[in-house]
Design a binder for this molecule. Structure first.
Ligand SMILES: Nc1nc2c(ncn2[C@@H]2O[C@H](COP(=O)(O)OP(=O)(O)OP(=O)(O)O)[C@@H](O)[C@H]2O)c(=O)[nH]1
Ligand SMILES: [Mg+2]
Length: 270
């Protein structure tokens, strides 16, 4: 990250001030923007740094869900300049989680402090309504506001087909906002931004190849996220392999995720 980010621009607020004030004074705030084995990249008002949880935080964690996850606000001890440590995770608001395979009680948080879930499907293919319904359930159960994104609108040919597709989606989506986007023409991208006004955090959820990372690049106005180079023939491949939180110009942040298979949210072989 080359430019400095004000933490307020990515969602820090007065409640967070109060939460931090209840902790030891030398701790500084930051947000987890990427996770690595055992360590995290944290964005602070001074830039990015690497940090690991303190031994105490690790010891007291009852499951992986108690350890820092992407999107979490954390309090850092950076007295040791070589290696900052994560002293605590501030209370999580809306978040998504899944159970780790084989350990029914071990919850893994996939994205924390998310305000808006953008459920992305591509207009290149018929929208899978069953899958969309499960996304909606996930978004609501996580306490987030869902927005349905029908991407690649530049690829729709016959306007009648599009109307039919919109009616199908609306039949299951009960008043959920719907946005048509194209990363090629830029259509709908301002509508996405409108849902993030107030420095909100959004997450893109959707199958591999629907165009999530392309939309992030369009929102950023630059190629930050790798997108699949060959269209259509890459079935089963995931271009994005890590979840990542990306601050947006003008405020707010987006979390990019790999397609569903990478998340194995429902364990149904998708
Ligand atoms: N025509 C058209 N192609 C698009 C659009 N958005 C993305 N694509 C293409 O679709 C392919 C997949 O896009 P990505 O952005 O990598 O998709 P993704 O959802 O991030 O995929 P994963 O990272 O694998 O989950 C790429 O070849 C893009 O160039 C769009 O709006 N219109
Ligand atoms: Mg991607």
């Amino acid at each position: 990250m080359s430019t400095l980010v004000h933490l307020h621009d990515i969602g820090w607020d007065e409640d967070r001030d109060r939460e931090l004030a209840s902790l030891p004074r030398h701790l500084i705030p930051g947000r987890v923007v990427a996770e690595h084995r055992g360590a995290s990249t944290i964005l602070t008002s001074k830039g990015e740094l690497w940090a690991e949880p303190t031994g105490r935080l690790r010891h007291e964690a009852k499951s992986r869900a108690d350890l820092p996850s992407i999107g979490d606000w954390v309090a850092l001890d950076e007295r040791d300049h070589a290696q900052a440590s994560i002293h605590s995770v501030l209370p999580r608001r809306a978040h998504f989680s899944r159970n780790i395979a084989g350990k029914a009680t071990d919850e893994q948080v996939l994205a924390a402090n998310v305000d808006v879930s953008f459920l992305v499907a591509s207009l290149e293919l018929d929208v899978n309504l069953r899958r969309l319904e499960r996304y909606l359930t996930l978004a609501w159960s996580g306490g987030t506001d869902p927005v349905i994104v029908l991407a690649k609108s530049d690829l729709t040919g016959d306007p009648e087909d599009l109307v039919y597709e919109l009616q199908r989606v609306e039949s299951i989506a009960l008043g959920v906002p719907l946005v048509l986007t194209s990363s090629i023409t830029g259509a709908g991208v301002d509508d996405l931004r409108d849902h993030l006004v107030g420095n909100r955090t959004g997450v893109f959820l959707g199958s591999s190849g629907v165009g999530k990372s392309s939309l992030i690049n369009t929102l950023l106005g630059r190629n930050s996220q790798e997108v699949r180079s060959v269209r259509a023939d890459g079935k089963g491949r995931h271009t994005t392999t890590l979840r990542e939180l990306i601050p947006l110009p003008g405020g707010g942040a987006m979390i990019d995720t790999p397609g569903l298979r990478g998340l194995k949210l429902w364990g149904d072989g998708e």
